[in-house]
Ligand binder design. Structure first.
Ligand SMILES: NC(=O)c1ccc[n+]([C@@H]2O[C@H](COP(=O)([O-])OP(=O)(O)OC[C@H]3O[C@@H](n4cnc5c(N)ncnc54)[C@H](OP(=O)(O)O)[C@@H]3O)[C@@H](O)[C@H]2O)c1
Length: 250
């Protein structure tokens, strides 16, 4: 298996894309820290994964990790190191989105967006790298197609993802010396709660029409790209942003 003996910390894995990544990583032999914004969400997700994949407690650790609570983020990393001794893979996937025009937006909305989608990522990455620099590893950030091309009424969200791309490339240059690879995945539109809450049925159909593969992605369709970036299959790949959008934007 591609991730035998590896320890993976995946933020935002209580549901959606992160949950699909967690499931694939477990199937590939990893131990996985499953995170929700609250502990109860992570515990619920872990119970479901155990049932579905018929795995035991020793490969799963549920964690409540609110990306806004940066002090707590530091403590969580220490807890994982105490339990499993290392973190080989960090997937910075937790995120929020919004659809609001500039004129209707507030500074507080931009601050909230960046607190979760960007500053939380900086904090957790710094804490993980303190340990990962001794072993090497793979960091994978979840970006977005709007982090490459922008999006109408999505200036806060798109800007936070452009920042993630900058972080990805800069840290790839900085951390390569420790054999830490840093890459990103840029999903298009994916059938998760985030999409259901923000994209109308009409918009969904229009996006499907514009997508060369003529359908919308499910969360599972994204996980393979993360497996590639997490494993030795991509051992000489760093600083890249892989679009997984069915060809929607190219
Ligand atoms: N879906 C799409 O079309 C799409 C497209 C491009 C990029 N993306 C990106 O993909 C990533 C995952 O999106 P998704 O569609 O899977 O979203 P989702 O279904 O809404 O799931 C979001 C995940 O993030 C967690 N989360 C939300 N706020 C958090 C916070 N403040 N602190 C910690 N965790 C928090 C949630 O935890 P709880 O369960 O505890 O709430 C959940 O696990 C995001 O970074 C998103 O920007 C998604």
């Amino acid at each position: 298996m591609n991730l035998d003996g590896k320890v993976a910390l995946i933020t935002g894995s209580s549901r959606g894309i992160g949950n699909s990544i967690a499931r694939l990583f477990i199937k590939e032999g990893a131990k996985v820290v499953v995170c929700g914004s609250k502990l109860e969400n992570a515990v619920k997700a872990v119970e479901q994964i155990k049932k579905d994949l018929k795995v035991t407690d020793d490969v799963l650790l549920p964690v409540g990790l609110n990306m806004k609570d940066r002090e707590h983020v530091q403590k969580i990393v220490e807890t994982i190191i105490d339990k499993w001794g290392k973190i080989d893979i960090l997937v910075n996937n937790a995120g929020i989105t919004s659809n609001v025009s500039l004129l209707d937006s507030t500074d507080e909305q931009f601050t909230e967006m960046f607190a979760i989608n960007f500053f939380g990522v900086v904090t957790i990455t710094r804490e993980v790298v303190k340990y990962m620099k001794n072993t090497g590893g793979s960091i994978i950030n979840t970006s977005s197609m709007v982090g490459l091309y922008g999006g109408r009424n999505q200036s806060a969200y798109a800007s936070s993802k452009f920042a993630i791309n900058g972080l990805t490339k800069s840290l790839a240059k900085e951390l390569g010396i420790y054999q830490i690879r840093v890459n990103a995945v840029a999903p298009g539109v994916v059938g998760t709660d985030m999409m259901a809450d923000n994209v109308s049925e009409e918009m969904k159909q229009a996006l499907i029409k514009m997508t060369p593969l003529n359908k919308m992605a499910e969360a599972d369709d994204l996980a393979g790209a993360y497996l590639y970036l997490a494993s030795d299959l991509s051992k000489f790949t760093t600083g890249t942003i892989i679009s997984v959008d069915g060809g929607l934007l190219m």
